[in-house]
Design a protein. Structure first.
Length: 223
């Protein structure tokens, strides 16, 4: 999937979000907050896609220190998106997709109930994501490579949702969100570091859209 195709999928999803937003008056608090998180994730993803060139979009999320690009210049004026994007730096794109990933695991939690089958195996009794359950998918996620490979996020809708949630969670947890206070989950932190090192930017964008699409569908059916 090239950059234009990533943008095309995003644009279709954005139109869907605009249609879904018309139902907001009939939602409860969780549904409204879930939509707001998805909407912000889509805004950040749009800016992220803009920042990446074709090669970096299919490259690894993390680079070694030796291969890292120049540091991002701090905006001299107000940090508005158009001004920030005058300097097209993939590292700034990394910040944008991170901002999307921070929101999506929470958006899904606010949208689902415990009986929702695609995510039930990943939930803990207290309503949070089980890091031990997420870790059972690490081997599969680690082998995915970039979106140009033949292998998809999963062979079924449920697999794609679960793998996307795993990718979003380890990306979010890299910023110390969510995993603090989970001693029963063993060496989750050490193991998720190696999975994160294997991830490509395009897979993160793809996973974000899978979760956005599922959540918007759930919200569209909400009365």
């Amino acid at each position: 999937m090239n950059k234009a195709e990533h943008y095309g999928e995003w644009a279709a999803l954005w139109e869907e979000a605009k249609e879904v937003s018309k139902r907001k008056t009939s939602w409860d608090r969780n549904a409204r907050e879930s939509f707001e998180l998805v909407a912000m994730a889509l805004i950040y993803q749009r800016n992220a896609i803009e920042m990446y060139e074709e090669g970096t979009l299919h490259g690894a999320l993390r680079t070694s220190e030796a291969g890292a690009g120049p540091s991002i210049p701090w905006p001299s004026g107000e940090p508005l998106f158009p001004k920030m994007m005058e300097s097209t730096d993939a590292k700034l794109g990394n910040s944008f997709i991170a901002s999307a990933s921070l929101r999506l695991p929470v958006a899904v939690l606010k949208a689902i109930e415990s009986f929702v089958s695609p995510f039930a195996p990943l939930l803990k009794g207290d309503g949070d994501w089980s890091r031990a359950a997420l870790a059972t998918f690490f081997g599969t996620v680690k082998e995915m490579g970039c979106c140009e490979k033949a292998s998809a996020l999963g062979s079924s809708g449920s697999e794609r949702l679960r793998h996307s949630l795993v990718i979003m969670s380890i990306h979010r947890d890299d910023f110390a969100h969510g995993e603090v206070g989970h001693p029963p989950d063993g060496d989750y932190k050490k193991r998720r570091e190696s999975v994160l090192d294997s991830l490509h930017v395009c897979r993160i964008l793809e996973s974000q859209r899978v979760l956005c699409r599922w959540t918007l569908k759930w919200l569209a059916e909400r009365q």
